[in-house]
Design a protein around this ligand. Structure first.
Ligand code: ATP
Ligand code: MG
Length: 332
């Protein structure tokens, strides 16, 4: 079974539709065909300021959400990143193999730091992609199921794996991104030219899985479209409508072509109203399952303890090999 590894930040508690459709939905389906490792990346979350109590709560909510959407701890390894210290340890090695200019070319850092100003931007945010390299390489992952915005970081991972292997001998598996075209990038409902994002979307443009369903329905109904009237899929000319069609298609399992036919002769309002209904029907049982897990903290703890143990069993020997190859004296 090929190995997959991916992670999600606990920065805002609720995941949004982009997280789910771009990444987490694939995590669920890969459980049965792959040896799957999934984590809540709390080390990544602290690259921007976090309130400790809120971070703790959001980490639990993230785990409950992953279980609620269908991750099964008997079929995958689900854990919290900080429970496996090898992530930070391998990240240091990778930091020392990465060029400063190479790291400075990461577009996500450029975007995020531009919004913050340089004094508010942490060095952690700058080296975040390198921690992500360590996350992936520690598990010898062959595939990394992520959204399109992570493609450049997986490319950096490939470069660093090859660099390490070339300098110190075959050590790391060189991974491939696993990105589904249809849902690779879900856009902000208020600005359908930028990705829906935990940290950057306007509240009205962001559909959170755990928001009250009628709040999300209202956001969908007030999504920005265009001045034309024909419901058609055209990412360039009709980004808003195309985004709604992509979301509708992914949630319902009906193809975009089928939906376009279904809406022939109808107005944008019909698409929005119907999608809002489909969304509410889809998200309600998910919210109920998430709440069941949140009401059982002992079960969450059990899941995470088992996950950390399974993850460390893979990560520790890989880190030990990397330490040895790089020339560290074995501990006595
Ligand atoms: P932030 O803005 O703080 O980076 P985020 O919304 O990007 O948060 P992450 O936890 O960084 O959320 O990403 C988790 C996963 O969701 C990643 O695989 C990422 O590629 C994917 N993802 C995030 N936003 C989208 C989107 N708009 N469309 C598709 N996939 C997305
Ligand atoms: Mg992100």
């Amino acid at each position: 079974r090929p190995r997959v590894l991916s992670g999600i930040q606990p920065t805002s508690g609720s995941f949004h539709l982009g997280n789910y459709l771009g990444a987490v939905r694939q995590w669920v389906s890969l459980q049965d065909t792959h040896d799957a490792f999934y984590m809540v990346v709390d080390l990544h979350a602290i690259t921007v300021p976090q309130d400790p109590a809120v971070l703790r709560e959001n980490t639990r909510v993230s785990v409950a959400q992953l279980l609620g959407v269908g991750l099964d701890p008997d079929r995958c390894t689900l854990f919290v990143q900080s429970h496996v210290p090898e992530h930070a340890q391998l990240a240091w090695l990778m930091n020392c193999l990465t060029g400063f200019g190479e790291a400075a070319r990461m577009t996500q850092f450029k975007d995020k730091s531009a919004k913050q100003g340089s004094d508010a931007t942490t060095v952690g945010l700058f080296t975040y992609p390198i921690l992500q390299v360590a996350d992936i390489l520690l598990y010898q992952a062959e595939q990394v199921p992520v959204g399109e915005d992570q493609r450049q970081h997986v490319e950096l991972t490939r470069d660093l794996a090859e660099r390490f292997n070339h300098r110190f001998g075959e050590t790391f598996t060189v991974p491939q991104p696993y990105i589904l075209k249809e849902t690779a990038k879900i856009f902000d409902l208020q600005d359908p030219t930028v990705k829906m994002s935990k940290s950057a979307s306007s509240p009205k443009g962001l559909v959170s899985l755990l928001d009250e369903a009628k709040v999300s329905a209202k956001k969908i109904k007030s999504a920005v479209t265009d001045t034309d009237t024909v419901i058609a899929y055209d990412e360039k000319e009709k980004p808003g409508v195309s985004n709604l069609l992509a979301i509708y298609s992914a949630i319902s399992g009906r193809s975009v072509a089928e939906l376009v036919e279904h809406f022939e002769g109808k107005m944008y309002g019909a698409l929005k109203t119907e999608l809002a209904e489909v969304f509410v029907e889809w998200v309600t049982p998910i919210q109920q399952r998430v709440n069941l897990y949140l009401d059982d903290p002992a079960e969450l703890d059990r899941v995470l303890a088992k996950g950390a143990e399974k993850a460390r069993a893979v990560a520790a020997p890989v880190l030990a090999t990397a330490y040895d190859r790089i020339g560290f004296l074995p501990p006595v």
